[in-house]
Design a protein around this ligand. Sequence first.
Ligand code: PMP
Length: 304
Amino acid sequence: MSDRDGFIWFDGKLVPWREANIHVLTHSLHYGMAVFEGVRCYETDSGPAVFRLDEHTKRLFNSAKIFQMQLPYSQEEIIAAQLEVIRANQLTSCYLRPLAWIGSEKLGISPKGNTINMSISAWKWGAYLGEDGLNKGIRVKTSSFSRHHVNVSLVRAKASGYYINSILANQEVTAHGYDEALLLDTDGYVSEGSGENVFIIRDGILFTPDLASCLAGITRDAIIQIATDLGITVKEKRITRDEMYCADEAFFTGTAAEVTPIRELDDRIIGNGGRGPITEKIQSIFFDIVKGKNSQYSSWLTMV
Ligand code: PMP
């Protein structure tokens, strides 16, 4: 990905893509403490629009706060910089990746004495789990790796190092032909996907795990609001793996994954074995919103 045209916002300036480089002795590269966001910008009839930009930026600053990383910019500056990157690269739709990391002044566990650096990159990124996945659903397998425990990792933060756990889970199941991993918490209850929150539907009620071990997803929050506005009861609770096998419908949510139906878990077919009717309804409202076709939720979009 490093060999591309375009611009990356790097410590306050737009630099050519190929020149956005860091030193091998960067603290975050050695110890994994960096915080980031994944944000999507969609094409609408009135131009590109970023979905829930304020919420993503706020989560980035909260992630930094959790790790006591003092970001050298204000939230307003980072919001403006994200829009600037989209404009500079003349993108009509894209994925945005703001990142804050600990610099290369010194190594050793303690990050003290290092600068905090920031970058924002933007590029075109289609359906994360495939167009077919969005339409027909994906095949998911429970990983043997547990999701983070609250006293091991602070899961309100979206931190680079946490994704080692996601990669292990994803590698494990994709090596056997599945599309994505489902991770359980350390008590054995359903937590989330390697990069997605999870929902199930049973008897018309939408269930999702509470936020003990999973990321407080911004898409998750949007889906809860959309479903509630549709008059669907939403319950956050502990969910077991076999509850998911017997669900009528299931789906993943995430900025990258959007709303992706799950058609199989651990070789058990869920519901009708495809995209369920409630999933389809929620998914179609979600895509209308992000594409600027639903005025009820227009406050979720920031025009570029
Ligand atoms: N869980 C994990 C582990 C993730 O990486 C993501 C993607 N950011 C999500 C859930 C979904 O969060 P969001 O909807 O805010 O993208």
